[in-house]
Design a protein around this ligand. Structure first.
Ligand SMILES: C[S@@+](CC[C@H](N)C(=O)[O-])C[C@H]1O[C@@H](n2cnc3c(N)ncnc32)[C@H](O)[C@@H]1O
Length: 189
């Protein structure tokens, strides 16, 4: 399907974003989402991923964080906060080392200057990786993070490999090939 057709499909289905199809494909292929999961959605607005996780596993408990506001979703606890301040959100802090799945669709604002953008993406990815490692359950935690194909990707993957037993790369069909976006998947066992 042409990349823009995914946007139309999302609109027809009343979904909040076409990003939903990307996560859906990764979740199907990895079987990362189980019933009764504790899920942390980082960079959640406008809410497509949270909505999908809730629809696939209504029994899951979802916590979502974004610095922008997000329209409420039944069964999703949303906090409007920067990821840098996640430890200050008491409800989430109390769940350190307990999450089964952390998903991150975070992207920094781009400057258009490639070297600066690549550094900013890497820095935000490393912060998010640190959050995932702190908040995931060490015995079965899984992490899905959006990043970009650039000169820092190998370094990020190496950092993932230090913290996860299994690391895989995904480029879902709904992801525009020219966008350069790519997803890393990490599994603790
Ligand atoms: C691509 S959108 C997420 C789309 C979402 N997954 C969905 O399906 O609806 C990326 C989000 O990351 C958020 N974001 C970027 N930097 C952030 C930060 N430092 N802290 C919290 N949220 C951030 C943006 O506000 C934006 O809403």
């Amino acid at each position: 399907m042409h990349a823009d057709s995914w946007a139309l499909k999302a609109k027809k289905l009343g979904l909040r974003s076409r990003a939903v199809f990307k996560l859906e494909e990764i979740l199907k292929r990895t079987k990362a989402l189980k019933k009764n999961s504790l899920v942390l959605d980082i960079g959640s607005a406008p809410g497509g991923w949270s909505e999908l996780v809730k629809a696939l596993t209504p029994s899951s408990n979802i916590y979502a964080i974004d610095r922008l506001p997000m329209e409420p979703i039944d069964g999703v606890q949303f906090f409007q906060e920067d990821i840098l301040n996640i430890d200050e959100i008491k409800d989430i802090f109390l769940l350190k080392s307990k999450f089964n799945l952390v998903i991150s669709d975070l992207a920094p604002n781009l400057t258009g200057i490639r070297s600066i953008d690549e550094e900013n993406i890497f820095e935000l990815n490393i912060i998010t990786l640190g959050v995932a490692v702190n908040y995931l359950c060490k015995s079965n935690g899984t992490f899905i993070i959006k990043t970009f194909q650039n000169s820092m990707l190998k370094k990020l993957r190496t950092e993932m490999e230090i913290n996860f037993n299994l690391v895989q790369t995904y480029k879902p069909a709904a992801s525009k090939s020219k966008s350069g976006e790519i997803y890393l998947y990490g599994e603790m066992r």
